[in-house]
Design a protein. Structure first.
Length: 224
């Protein structure tokens, strides 16, 4: 939720400054609008409001309306990619997972890509690999039943690559859920412990932890 609050505060600051200063500063209304819509998307947990299409591209209106936010997100991802000493991806029980990759970084033999980003377009090199888009906002998640439904059809797939922007929160949640679905782990804590052996920086938000617990409860119920 802090992402939404931060975006809202920045939107109000930029918008207010633009209206007070006038003239060329009115151009600041564009990033202010971009931040405002992003903030509302976070508050309402509506990742599709950012315009991500099922094929991994972003809608034309998303570039027009949310261009400043998208550009900022791409720039942050690029800078963190250059500065990070962490391996771009890890492997566990037949699953590859990590951050958003460039064309030269994709591991060989990948036949399925699960993209969890809502704010970034998927590189073309990854869209042809049995691509599945499950957009989530950073630090947020889907409802447990929706997540299980979306993952059930791909849970048994081998040579799968799961990623979000940096491969920590959203990726950790989905990989842990896949481990539970596959029976590789029996509890959320066991799933996360396995993940931490190969990617220690994985950290889930409180909401993501709660969703993972709900996934485990859903899978253990007789109806599942």
């Amino acid at each position: 939720m802090r992402h939404g609050v931060l975006c809202a505060l920045l939107a109000l600051s930029l918008g207010g400054a633009a209206l007070m200063l006038g003239g060329v500063h009115l151009l600041w209304l564009w990033p202010a609008l971009s931040l405002y819509i992003t903030a509302i998307a976070y508050f309402e947990n509506q990742p599709r409001w950012l315009g991500k299409r099922p094929d991994g591209s972003l809608s034309w209106w998303s570039w027009v309306v949310l261009g400043p936010w998208i550009s900022f997100s791409l720039a942050v991802a690029w800078v963190l990619r250059l500065m990070s000493r962490e391996a771009p991806h890890a492997e566990l029980s037949g699953l590859r997972f990590g951050r958003r990759l460039g064309s030269s970084e994709l591991p060989r033999g990948i036949f399925r890509v699960i993209d969890l980003t809502a704010e970034l377009p998927e590189p073309r090199c990854l869209r042809s690999k049995g691509y599945v888009c499950i957009p989530m906002l950073d630090t947020r998640s889907l409802q447990a039943h929706e997540l299980v439904t979306r993952l059930s059809s791909v849970a048994s797939d081998e040579a799968t690559y799961v990623h979000c922007a940096q491969g920590h929160g959203r990726t950790g949640l989905v990989v842990a859920a896949l481990l539970l679905l596959r029976g590789t782990a029996n509890t959320p804590s066991e799933a996360l412990a396995l993940i931490h052996t190969v990617r220690p920086a994985v950290r889930l938000s409180k909401e993501q932890h709660a969703t993972l617990s709900d996934v485990a409860e859903l899978l253990s119920s007789p109806a599942s």
